[in-house]
Design a protein around this ligand. Sequence first.
Ligand code: ADP
Ligand code: MG
Length: 656
Amino acid sequence: MIDVPGIFASNVFNDEKMRARLPRDTYEAYRASIDSDTTLEISVANAVADAMKDWAIEMGCTHYTHWFQPMTGITAEKHDSFLTPEGNGRVIMEFSGKELIKGEPDASSFPSGGIRATFEARGYTTWDPTSPAFVKDNTLCVPTAFVSYTGDVLDKKTPLLRSMDRINHESVRILNLLGKTEVTRVEATVGPEQEYFLIDKELYEQRKDLIYTGRTLFGARSPKGQQLDDHYFGAIKQRVKAFMAELDEELWKLGIYAKTEHNEVAPAQHELAPIFTSVNIAADHNQLTMELMKRIARKHGMVCLLHEKPFKGVNGSGKHNNWSLSTNTGENLLKPGKKPEENTQFLLFLTAVIRAVDEYQDLLRLSVATAGNDHRLGGDEAPPAIISMFLGDDLEAIVEAIINGEDYESHGKVVMNTGAEVLPEIRKDTTDRNRTSPFAFTGNKFEFRSLGSALNISCPNIMLNTMVADVLSEFSDELEKATDLDAAIRKLIRRTLKKHRRIIFNGDGYTDEWIDEAEKRGLLNLKSTPEALKRYTLKMNVELFKRNRIFSEKEVKARQEILLENYVKIIDLEALTMLDMAKKDILPGVSAFTGELAETIQRKRAVSKDIRVDAEIKLLNKLSDLLSRFSETIDELDSKVGGASGSSITPRRYCR
Ligand code: ADP
Ligand code: MG
């Protein structure tokens, strides 16, 4: 038996450890600076760094690293040892406040979208004190943000932190206006549900396409697919079970609230859901979770595939981003309560989200746009590329009643009769689940379901926080001027809902009728990544980011370029891998087999000319025909790739 509370967060230098190891006044100075978002005094930083280092050495560390999230989508590290020469041939282990706060990785090997020319390769990592340091592979990892020498954002964490500030500020402002003066802080909370595949390592190693691109580029449908749905929640095989047990333990040690695990719809597909936490921590934790999944799978003779669509004909993997807002007084702002129709505060926040999602559909869509995810969205297994919102019958009826100026009384929760006295009463949710909606209200949070499994969750949450904060700010501007606040709120909600009701759709998002209907409503249907990314730099979007101090125009353009370049590289790599497999494996293989067939025919004929060879001849004919067509297609691809890659695949990595 593992002692879960005992090991939980044992690899994390959390607040509790900091308090235990720092002198009281130093700890208080540190806490005060975090709580008021002010810069840390260098003396305090030195003391924190020293305590962190002592703890890390006790945990077996010799090195530290600034752990950051560049635009590659994965995390980066540069390891330095604590070793410092003393001058007399001896060394001591040191870690200063300066080293804790600021690092200088070789920025030139990370994408910057032209922001940072290579001759000014300098970039800085700066400590994010809101996310605790942790130990991984005998290394102390310090979560950091990554910016260029000129202060331009080069990572995913900095804008996320900025967007959290915005949603905090605007939520507190409007709550104070509503009379909730005890609220001083509002946090965006996220629980990301992570899907993944586990496959046998030996089988994986036979597939160049899986190795190089993460998905199969050639293949035949297996006779047993997911038709039977019998894998879902089925018995988890022993090896997978051992993997999950080890994964859980390692995640718990890192203070990650891994909670539920089950098999998914597709064969060999699984899901892990952590308990929600504040969004910057959730983003760090999700990156760590993906990294550990990959590493631990290998130890168990398996490979973890995080690609959004590894196999054709089998469901791909997504990530559900459950998002809500919670106050320092412990209130969830998206909780409707028993009578949502009378809950002005809830309706105001709901209205803000509805308007934000409608106005910035394209930002939500492009925040999940990747080459791999293009294979999933709209594929009868994942939401369509069209962004819409599901509210459920009860809330939708309330919205309709408000728009029509009618009274509405919600039914509240219905008690379900299970028919058995011994079972506790189950309160039925007022709405059933809708699995086809990209953006669904699920009782006390919104679930954004369009994310691909490999995505860093920062980007969609930057969008969500920013656009909702922006709308709330406009709401406050209007309401602060009102003489009759209640009347002004009612008017504002009604007017806004009327204008943005088109984004609400409770039906089946997988049908063709919805595509037509969405078009009539004027909703966007951005089918591919390039189409979606084009909209990043629209004036309206750039203005949103500038107004909220998330990105400058230069930074938006850089991001667009990085994402497009990444898309092109992936498509190019897939084409090159396809060519390699076709030329080296498939063409010679089929050609050799047709040769064998021809020989068989001759040998059979030599025995007796009465022996039938029509089956072999038919097969030989068919294969020879397929082979020449295949060869022509490959030549065509070859010439296209030759033309395209010269421009796209120039390496962006520069040696020093
Ligand atoms: P479901 O079955 O609807 O997917 P769960 O209760 O299992 O719902 O939650 C799914 C995810 O949503 C979990 O990661 C959970 O922690 C997260 N979640 C629950 N409440 C919130 C909230 N207030 N804010 C953000 N995420 C939440
Ligand atoms: Mg869910």
